[in-house]
Design a protein around this ligand. Structure first.
Ligand SMILES: Nc1ncnc2c1ncn2[C@@H]1O[C@H](COP(=O)(O)OP(=O)(O)O)[C@@H](O)[C@H]1O
Ligand SMILES: [Mg+2]
Length: 396
């Protein structure tokens, strides 16, 4: 790259001589005979969008009428901070040369001088200029690095918090799980011990009752283990879903066949009003599991002779279908809604007549979200609850 030097001296002859000499040494030179003219050249260059290559070096006379060397260096460096400025000064004005250095000149040279003296000074000024530019870019990169580090640190902290929380949830799950498993197991052990005991003779009717208790506890234990394994499979990501077009009314009909006996037992009426031909994108088997969960809850936690109504409506501007399961049960209060979706939390039904593990809704929500949908609930205590599932609509 050819180095460009701007030479400024009010003694025109001297200025031209310097232009010629440096030009012969391979520099590209431009001469000005006043500070104002030099500034105009620099300004024009900054203004025309860098059409011409920038100057690397400014050689300026110190004593000039109008804009002097110091003022010129100051103004020039405001236009281009990388410009290497050298002040030319006569003997006896060293004080002013120092002042020029203070406003950003890199070096000074005493007049009159020979070419052999100015050349190394220019070379040194160029070197200093390059070092400065490199320094500035290093500093910029360092600053960018620092910003990046801060961001990475913040991300790490968030990740750690998340991991901590997940860890706590896992610990709570495990301790709840062992409690839940131990309860029916202790019942089985206890009743079996009584049955086997010689010291505690029991009547045939009592024996039958204890055996019934053992059976009930065993079934509950089995259901718990099945639910836990199912949930673990989903949470570990081992479960892969196959989404396809699933017709809602057909899948609802299949679910209905499965929950009808439960509804009849409680005298609950099922009303399904979903038009034929409405389809969602879902995994057929898992969608069925979701709907059976919601329907059996709506039946179990309904009042006797209550109703369960199933509706379907468009949502999210037609991108989703929202299926609602509405019951006429006791409903859920604010506190119960807050504690919903906690594994093993049966929201007060622990002592009730309805069997359950408290894992159904946790599983249901996982499945719905894995299918790209959303599960929600609205409830009015004393009136009933509506659980809804929004799923991507199938567009033919
Ligand atoms: N439709 C509903 N109406 C009132 N309460 C409900 C309803 N569905 C669920 N619940 C409450 O939420 C709890 C958790 O439900 P779920 O996860 O399905 O577990 P489970 O039915 O095995 O107890 C239930 O025990 C019940 O208290
Ligand atoms: Mg349930």
């Amino acid at each position: 790259m050819v180095m460009r030097i701007l030479i400024v001296d009010d003694e025109a002859a001297q200025m031209r001589a310097l232009c010629d000499t440096l030009g012969q040494r391979g520099y590209q030179t431009v001469g000005c005979s006043s500070g104002e003219a030099a500034l105009a050249v620099l300004n024009g260059q900054a203004g025309d969008g860098g059409a011409e290559a920038p100057f690397q070096v400014l050689l300026a006379d110190l004593m000039m009428p109008g804009l002097d060397g110091i003022a010129l260096v100051q103004a020039a460096r405001a236009i281009d901070p990388d410009l290497a400025c050298i002040i030319m000064t006569g003997e006896g004005t060293i004080g002013s040369a120092v002042q020029a250095m203070q406003v950003g000149a890199l070096d000074y040279i005493l007049k009159p001088f020979r070419v052999s003296v100015i050349l190394p000074i220019i070379a040194r000024a160029l070197e200093t200029r390059n070092l400065r530019i490199m320094n500035a870019s290093l500093e910029l990169r360092l600053r960018e690095h620092a910003v990046q580090l801060v961001r990475i640190n913040e991300e790490l902290q968030v990740a750690r918090l998340q991991a901590d929380r997940a860890n706590q949830a896992k610990s709570a799950f495990l301790s709840n799980m062992s409690h839940e498993l131990r309860t029916p197991l202790n019942a089985i052990l206890g009743f079996a011990q009584i049955l086997a005991s010689e010291q505690l003779p029991s009547t045939p009717a009592q024996k039958k009752q204890f055996a019934g208790n053992i059976l009930q506890a065993s079934r509950h234990l089995l259901r718990l283990i099945n639910d836990i394994l199912d949930l673990a499979k989903v949470e570990s990501g081992a479960l892969t879903l196959e989404t396809e077009q699933v017709g809602l009314s057909q899948v609802l009909q299949e679910c209905r066949t499965l929950v009808d006996p439960l509804a009849r037992m409680r005298g609950v009426e099922l009303r399904v009003s979903v038009a034929d031909g409405v389809s969602v994108m879902a995994d057929r088997v898992r969608l069925k599991q979701v709907l059976i969960n919601l329907l059996s809850n709506a039946i179990k936690y309904n009042r006797e002779y209550g109703t369960v109504s199933v509706h379907c409506a468009e949502a999210a501007g037609g991108e989703r279908l929202r299926l609602s399961v509405q019951d006429t049960g006791a409903g859920l209060d604010e506190k119960q809604l807050e504690a919903m979706f906690q594994p093993f939390n049966r929201l007060g039904q622990e002592g009730g007549t309805q069997e359950g593990t408290g894992l159904g809704l946790v599983m249901t929500r996982h499945l719905v979200e894995k299918m790209g949908g959303e599960l929600g609930v609205v409830s009015t205590p004393g009136m009933g609850s509506t659980f809804w599932v929004a799923l991507p609509v199938f567009l033919a």
